[in-house]
Ligand binder design. Structure first.
Ligand code: URA
Length: 242
């Protein structure tokens, strides 16, 4: 069996967690399937859900051999008006824009505000998402923004040093002035409304915000607002290198 996107070549993972992440049901549902004897590992029915597996184990669920390569990685060009969540009582979510992957338990990797546009990754690879979002990894996120207010050269140094927003100091960020009240801001964190609040700190109000890159992955400019596509093998590889 080939090395797979799921396992990333390191630790073993609990059987029930792996099956749930791969879209075979909620954690509770897959535990039930295991308990009822629908799952085998290397030819033996297993009834305990806390056993651990890796890519060397052949796992069969309801007569279907698990294909570990079937992890899903999508790039969405997020439009305005959708929240970055899997479910909401009132508002449409980014999942409402995705079709063809209904049973795959996709979730957005991190959040963009409801009125923020641009690059959002959706996946069911919890391990990779966790790695990409971990504060320890400082994955860079680059935003294009328009703002009201007066530009000053001091912004570059102010953001490079970090600014105090409520109870924390932001990590060094790169501000690139584009003239005409437009700029790029690259941050390595993902605090709530971070870019907007950083701009408020220097007396400016963000009127338009679009994420143009996430780590070493750029927004595909062929994707119209609201459109998505699977990442290519090369892009998945790049994402994992972050
Ligand atoms: N910073 C913000 O203020 N909003 C976003 O959606 C992303 C970064």
């Amino acid at each position: 069996m080939s090395l797979t996107p799921y396992f990333n070549g390191d630790n073993m993972i609990r059987l029930d967690k792996m099956l749930a992440h791969m879209g075979y049901g909620s954690r509770k549902e897959v535990k039930e399937l295991i308990r009822k004897g629908y799952v085998s590992v290397d030819g033996e029915i297993v009834k305990s859900d806390d056993i651990k597996v890796d890519e060397n184990n052949e796992v069969i669920i309801c007569n279907e051999v698990i294909n570990y390569d079937e992890f899903i990685y999508l790039m969405l060009n997020k439009p305005d008006g959708y929240i970055s969540a899997t479910f909401d009582n009132k508002l449409p979510t980014v999942l409402d824009l995705i079709y063809g992957y209904e049973s795959r338990n996709l979730f957005p990797v991190g959040r963009l505000d409801i009125d923020t546009y641009g690059l959002l990754i959706l996946t069911n690879d919890g391990k990779l998402a966790h790695k990409l979002l971990s504060p320890k990894n400082h994955v860079a996120k680059k935003y294009y923004l328009k703002y009201d207010g007066k530009y000053d050269e001091s912004f570059i140094e102010i953001f490079n040093k970090g600014v105090k927003i409520e109870d924390y100091i932001t990590k060094p960020a790169l501000f690139e002035d584009l003239g005409n009240n437009e700029a790029y801001m690259t941050i390595s964190e993902g605090k709530f409304h971070q870019v907007k609040r950083m701009m408020e700190y220097v007396g400016c109000h963000v009127t338009y915000l679009e994420r143009v890159s996430f780590g070493n992955l750029n927004l595909d400019l062929n994707l119209k607002r609201g459109e998505f596509r699977p990442l290519t093998i090369e892009e998945i590889q790049k994402l994992k290198e972050n």
